[in-house]
Design a protein around this ligand. Sequence first.
Ligand code: NAP
Length: 304
Amino acid sequence: MGVITGSTRLLGVIGHPIEHSLSPLMHNAALQAMAQGQGAWTSLESSQSILSHVYLPLAVAPTHLKVAVDGLAALGWVGFNITIPHKQTIVPLLSEVTPLAKAVGAVNTVWRTAQGWTGTNTDVQGFLAPLLTQNRDWSGVEATILGSGGAARAVIVGCAKLGCANIRVIGRDRTKLTQLQASFAGAAVPMAIPIKTSTWDRLSHHLPSTELLVNTTPLGLSPHSENTPLTDEQIQQLPPTALVYDLIYTPDPTRLMQQAQAWGLDSLSGLEMLIQQGAAALEIWLQDPPPVAVMRQAAQAFLR
Ligand code: NAP
């Protein structure tokens, strides 16, 4: 176990609710390993290392967000993650937002500067990390994204960064799809991304040309793990080289991933995205790469 001293600095995650968050587990495992790696022993008998940072879960109701964020500044916190429902509402409370977070339209990582709080979004980096280890050129491929909510926005920016030729979002609400499309178009946006949109009844039409299929809906999320966004017949419409990427990580594999595997397709779960977005945040705060393997091991052990 690590030891908290007067010099231990504070990190955390703000959400409401926050009990489900895996971030405290992953981050504290990494901080512990980093402290041990630095060999700062408090006593030879206890073999305990001094923690330079700890990471705490903070349940903050929407009405208390501003006072909480002001309080963290007064208390000298280094930074924090932001999760549902605060990813958009945090923005006016920040002195600076990175162009990437502006493009996504949401902030998940905040750090303190002399001017105040700066926010960015590490979900894009998290989404991209497992794709970039695939030894495959994603530029020019067609990506189909199921769902049009918050996670879909990070996936759209990620697909644009990969250079995907066609980025199509499948949603159930035409008005929301039109608004989403508009929010990525025009000169005023930090990153103009031409996306196409379709409703679910048109999905089968697009599957034969889809090389990257990303599920950003909660269909298949535990405890409703019998659910899946695609029928077996639809899975079989995908080309044999297609990759099926489910952002859900409980269960792992999801029913969608099992369908893909049964048809001989490659698949990815959302666990690596979760780990890598966390690792990217930790690197911002510590200015040092964290032990990603330790974070992965902690998350996998907990989920098992
Ligand atoms: P969100 O903002 O609520 O968006 C969910 C999207 O799914 C919406 O477009 C919604 O459509 C659609 N949807 C919901 N139920 C549906 C159904 N029965 N049929 C068709 N579409 C449906 O949620 P989010 O924050 O984007 O998160 C979505 C999923 O991604 C969650 O399962 C979450 O756990 C996962 N996620 C994973 C990571 C990771 O690190 N791996 C990160 C973020 C999110 P409407 O707009 O029409 O309601």
